[in-house]
Ligand binder design. Structure first.
Ligand SMILES: [Zn+2]
Length: 415
């Protein structure tokens, strides 16, 4: 239902923009939808068809097999909607499978769901540029247990040459989870042709400057903006104006509110809890951390992917300097051995962080950005036909007897 609602609201926005219609004049063209029972890859024509302005790929699992034909059949400026439900693969559970399907290595981290979005976008772009086409993401969201992207597809041989500038590798430290991005391509300012050349050697040293551990390399991922904020804001206002028409209004409004407030020029994010877990220190409040970064002259926002996410244009060295200043105010015990926190805290901060409230800092929002799960034990259920290995927790009770844990039916134990 949520996927359907978001698609309808976005297509309405697209329809109005193309035909310069107002909300009242908008007549959604359902009558032009036709069904076909042939193979999806064969049904999608090999040439861009001006009649097909909207294509929705919503397969069970990975859409990778359909992307090559899908990017060819959409008309110039049309919309391709694409879902992927194989989150175990995209989020790093099976990295070798992800590489075989999407051509990218995922990295396990707090930002893995946003990285999944960027892997899918990079995969769509890689298929598009083979046909002198390129993508412009409109909205890309992670919801519930799947990801969904909405991209416009254009044809331009000259723009395709700058595609390497939108793709990056990710270096993630195995000790402190610091991450750094490096573009695949670069522009030579002396070359007037505006052609992307191979980028220079890694931007990170062999060992992390903060904790001394090694890096793993993930990607390539899409590192350009994944949302068009103008579209997101416009869709949100349209959805709010027609709130009664959307059964999943609360959820879709929360997602669009969060998306419209995201920092678009900051790929991936850090998690405040992850930073504090590395240093084994108490958490500053989100408002204090937001203020510290704003006082240092950087931008910061949340993310629709994670309530604890911090998206910022500040480098990792500034983020760790703020945490060092926080630990000076709230000391921690030194850890034994080669714990990453020892080396991080042994360095003096180059920046003196101010945690006083900054102008334009985090304020209480009128609209919720996240909504609670609709019911208890909500989530993907077991595969059909597979017997449950353990009894459901509701019908089971545990008790300690003679130093062993005994499980049994709630009614039999209570007797
Ligand atoms: Zn590190």
């Amino acid at each position: 239902m949520l996927r359907w609602c978001l698609r309808i609201s976005l297509l309405q926005q697209y329809h109005r923009q193309q035909h310069k219609l107002t909300v009242a004049e908008d007549l959604f063209d359902f009558h032009r939808v036709t069904s076909d029972t042939n193979d999806c890859s064969n049904t999608q024509s090999k040439e861009a068809n001006p009649a097909i302005t909207k294509v929705d790929l919503d397969p069970y699992g990975s859409p990778a097999a359909f992307l090559d034909s899908a990017v060819q059949c959409v008309a110039d400026g049309g919309i391709l909607m694409c879902s992927a439900t194989d989150m175990a693969v995209l989020a790093g559970g099976n990295p070798e499978v992800c590489f075989s399907k999407y051509g990218s290595y995922p990295v396990r981290g707090k930002y893995c769901h946003e990285m999944a979005l960027r892997i899918l976008l990079a995969c769509i772009e890689s298929h598009a540029i083979r046909h002198k086409r390129y993508i412009v993401p409109v909205i890309s969201v992670h919801m519930d247990f799947y990801i969904r992207v909405f991209v416009r597809i254009f044809t331009s041989a000259s723009t395709v040459k700058t595609s390497p500038l939108k793709i990056s590798h990710v270096y993630q430290c195995v000790g402190c989870n610091s991450f750094h991005l490096q573009n695949v391509g670069r522009i030579n300012s002396k070359d007037k042709r505006n052609v992307a050349l191979p980028n220079f050697c890694p931007t990170v040293p062999q060992e992390c400057c903060e904790c001394g551990h090694k890096f793993v390399m993930g990607g390539p991922i899409w590192s350009d903006p994944i949302h068009d904020k103008e579209w997101a804001t416009s869709i949100l206002s349209n959805v709010q104006a027609m709130s009664g028409a959307y059964p999943a209004y609360a959820k879709i409004s929360a997602v669009l509110t969060s998306v419209s407030q995201e920092l678009v020029n900051a790929p991936l994010f850090v998690s405040l809890h992850s930073l504090c877990a590395t240093l084994k220190c108490t958490n500053p409040t989100m408002a204090m951390f937001h203020s510290a970064l704003r006082n240092a002259g950087y931008q910061i926002s949340g993310s629709h992917v994670d309530p604890l996410a911090l998206k910022t244009d500040a480098p990792m060295s500034v983020i760790w300097d703020i945490m060092r200043c926080w630990v000076k105010l709230h000391p921690v015990k030194s850890r034994p051995g080669a714990d990453p926190s020892n080396r991080i805290l042994s360095q003096e901060p180059k920046l003196q962080a101010s945690f006083s409230q900054a102008t334009g800092g985090l304020v209480a929002r009128k609209s919720p950005r996240f909504v609670p799960n609709p019911e208890k034990y909500w989530g993907p259920k077991a595969k059909a036909g597979r017997p449950l290995k353990t009894p459901h927790m509701d019908n089971c009770e545990f008790r300690f007897t003679a130093n062993t844990l005994e499980a049994g039916d709630r009614t039999s134990i209570s007797k």
